[in-house]
Design a binder for this molecule. Structure first.
Ligand SMILES: [Zn+2]
Length: 169
């Protein structure tokens, strides 16, 4: 924002008539441009002073401090809003990434399950073929499925004791 633009917005700023984006730009300029800050100070003192006189209010003791407080407050509110925005963007990114990862993990799982199923089917067929005769072999009917994943369950303590006793007798 140029000085000319900033100075044309001084009165609108004082009257709270600036759009949000314009106000942000305006405050940015005011913070780094002493000339425009001085101009704003003069207008603020005039306009606020008149308003207070019109309303029979006690006059502010220091208009420039009042103005500084207002600017500081508005900048703080802006910053907070920005950080809220930033953190909600971060949350959304995290949700999106987890979603993608979950979908990918699910996809891998499906592939793994398919491979396992193929493996089981192949083993089932082999077992069938070995156990019975080649003549009886009918792939559509191989209900016999060997569970390759199932581990033998661990023996309980008592079972171990019994097993041990059997071995030693
Ligand atoms: Zn300026």
């Amino acid at each position: 924002m140029t000085c000319l633009e900033a100075q044309s917005k001084i009165i609108a700023y004082i009257d709270y008539n600036l759009e949000k984006d314009q106000k942000t730009e305006f405050l940015k300029h005011i913070q780094c441009c002493e000339n425009c800050k001085d101009e704003l100070n003069i207008y603020y003192t005039m306009i606020e002073g008149m308003r207070q006189l019109d309303n029979n209010m006690p006059l502010s003791k220091d208009f420039s401090v009042e103005l500084d407080n207002r600017i500081e407050h508005e900048l703080r509110v802006n910053k907070n809003k920005k950080s809220v925005m930033r953190s909600s963007i971060a949350v959304m990114a995290i949700v999106l990434i987890s979603f993608v990862l979950l979908t990918y993990a699910n996809f891998l799982n499906i592939i793994h399950e398919e491979e396992q199923a193929k493996l089981k089917a192949a083993q089932g067929e082999y077992y069938y073929y070995q156990t019975f005769d080649g003549y009886m072999f009918e792939p559509e009917e191989h209900a016999l499925v060997i569970n390759v994943e199932e581990e033998t369950p661990e023996m309980s303590f008592y079972e171990k004791v019994r097993y041990y006793k059997v071995l030693n007798h």
